[in-house]
Design a protein around this ligand. Structure first.
Ligand code: NAP
Length: 230
């Protein structure tokens, strides 16, 4: 994973580890750092764009996503831990809302973010803008890509279900954000979009300058630093 020339979004960027990650990303030559914080945050470096994001607020997440022009790396840093009595369900709910659901919401909102539209994608965006009179959401791009893939499968294999089922492994169709191809994770019967790539990483305690990839491109990988799997 390369930080240089990348665009990152870091949640909980105003203090603690999040703030340190902002400065480290800039030091390593990041092109853009989206600093997501609950309260207004300023940073002297022009490469920092401040976004207001409480990870429990869908509205704030979606408003922030609208302002993200491109994204290579998402760091879900926001979180908290109150070492309290977990027999109090309100405390547990608060942890789940921020640490689990918050992380999930931010990831989902950005996962299919059309970071770099292909030439075809730009044409589709223009056409959709005209019809919708507003910027199309990622769902519109997904919808276009889905129809393009189905049309290609039907063109190559007709309506024969068995032949279509075999066709998933070879289909390669130009889409709004690159080529659409499909793969299957080991042990999973469903064919899934191979793209966009996702990596979940952790700092390697043995080599603090490096990240270990915990999960990459839809297929679980070894947790190098702990010798177990996620
Ligand atoms: N430090 C450790 O030893 C340690 C160990 C294990 C895990 N972690 C995890 O690593 C992360 C960073 O740790 P840290 O020590 O830097 O924590 P920290 O100093 O307490 O900072 C937490 C950050 O998360 C933000 N945050 C909390 N709730 C949020 C919400 N609902 N929406 C958006 N942002 C929210 C905080 O924003 P505000 O300033 O607005 O509150 C703050 O920026 C946390 O997720 C923490 O649980 C830390």
């Amino acid at each position: 994973m390369t930080i240089a020339d990348s665009a990152l979004l870091i949640t909980g960027a105003n203090r603690g580890i999040g703030r340190a990650l902002v400065d480290e990303a800039l030091r390593r030559g990041a092109d853009r750092v989206y600093a997501a914080t609950r309260r207004p945050f300023t940073h002297p470096d022009q490469r920092v764009t401040s976004l207001i994001v409480d990870v429990t607020s869908r509205a704030q997440i979606h408003a922030a996503v609208e302002r993200v022009e491109s994204l290579d790396i998402l760091i879900n840093n926001a979180g908290f831990g109150v070492f309290d009595d977990f027999s109090d369900s309100a405390v547990l709910e608060q942890h789940l809302a921020v640490n689990v659901l918050g992380t999930h919401r931010v990831t989902q909102a950005l996962r299919y973010f059309p970071a770099r539209l292909s030439t075809l994608g730009s044409r589709v965006e223009g056409a959709l803008r005209e019809v919708l009179a507003e910027a199309p959401s990622f769902v519109a791009f997904e919808g276009y890509d889905t129809v393009a893939v189905i049309a290609e499968l039907l063109r190559l294999h007709g309506t024969d279900r068995a032949r279509i089922a075999e066709g998933w492994s070879t289909v390669a169709v130009d889409g709004t954000r690159g080529q659409n191809r499909f793969g299957r994770a080991p042990g999973v019967s469903v064919w899934q979009w191979i793209w966009p790539p996702i990596q979940v990483v952790a700092r390697d305690p043995k080599e603090p300058d490096r990240f270990s990839v915990l999960y990459a491109a839809g297929a679980p990988a070894h947790v190098e630093s702990r010798g177990s799997r996620i």
